[in-house]
Design a protein around this ligand. Structure first.
Ligand SMILES: Nc1ncnc2c1ncn2[C@@H]1O[C@H](COP(=O)(O)OP(=O)(O)OP(=O)(O)O)[C@@H](O)[C@H]1O
Length: 249
């Protein structure tokens, strides 16, 4: 795989829900290290597309090539194993356990002593502290239950966990809808940092200012089709709004 091979290639993706044609032939690429904003009006097909990319739904037809390999994920677990994950508004953390437990969920470090498996709590905590420090995330104690943390801190844990376990493409569906101004700013910074490591980021947002603040490229979906695919530097919020609404340019 060369560095120039797209991270993800979508080729003519179609999705029908019974008689409803939600996606009518979607094609575009995402490069490594690229932040792509997926924009479109309500019902345009954004969530459907994100679910197809991350294994939550199967396309009716079309081809998905991820990391140079044609893939047909049949579950989110399969996509996750390949390095694709979605972070939804309703976060996927377990709130009644601490940061370390969430970070390692299903991947705990266990050593056997006289045949008895013993969880390596200290070692795990050190790993999490390092990962958080590297990402510039400040959380007072890794032993705090997640229910006591802010929305922004929870999001940071999820993103750090994704990066730590070798994630390659992260999909964020309205990631800042429940966050305040300062937390949103930190979230946007974190997206940029993640992308700088070569990870692909897809962000769905209705807030044009956020899209222009963070994305390298804007893909507009309108009535299940790509209505625009433009570099941020070569477009404007007005032009993107016109693509979303279908007004002539
Ligand atoms: N499970 C479903 N069954 C039937 N139709 C669906 C289903 N999910 C979505 N649709 C339809 O598919 C189309 C695309 O919906 P989708 O949720 O992907 O749009 P969206 O761009 O994410 O919208 P929003 O911004 O409102 O979340 C819409 O016409 C929607 O009504």
């Amino acid at each position: 795989m060369t560095e120039t091979t797209p991270l993800l290639q979508l080729d003519n993706i179609v999705k029908n829900y019974g008689a409803i044609e939600a996606l009518r032939g979607i094609s575009f690429d995402i490069a490594r290290g690229e932040v792509l904003a997926l924009l479109g009006d309500n019902g345009a097909g954004k969530s459907t597309l994100v679910k197809i990319i991350s294994g939550g739904l199967e396309a009716t037809s079309g081809r998905i090539v991820f990391d140079g390999i044609e893939r047909n994920f049949t579950s989110p677990a399969e996509a996750k194993a390949a390095g694709i994950e979605t972070v939804y508004q309703d976060l996927s953390l377990c709130t009644n356990v601490d940061v370390v437990a969430n970070f390692f969920m299903g991947r705990e470090i266990v050593k056997r002593f006289l045949g008895v498996p013993i969880l390596q709590e200290r070692e795990m905590q050190t790993v999490v502290e390092k990962a958080m420090a590297n990402a510039g995330t400040r959380i007072p104690s890794m032993r705090t239950n997640v229910e006591h943390l802010s929305g922004g801190q929870r999001q940071a844990i999820e993103l750090n966990r994704f990066v730590h376990w070798g994630g390659k493409l992260v999909l964020l569906d309205e990631p800042f809808a429940a966050l305040g101004v300062e937390q949103t700013r930190r979230g946007l910074d974190m997206i940029k940092r993640i992308a700088a490591q070569g990870i692909g980021v897809v962000i769905i947002t209705h807030i044009m200012a956020q899209a222009f603040q963070v994305a390298d490229r804007m893909v507009v979906i309108r009535q299940g089709k790509v209505a625009g695919n433009v570099e941020r530097a070569k477009t404007s919020p007005d032009e993107v709004v016109r693509m979303i609404t279908g007004e002539s340019l």
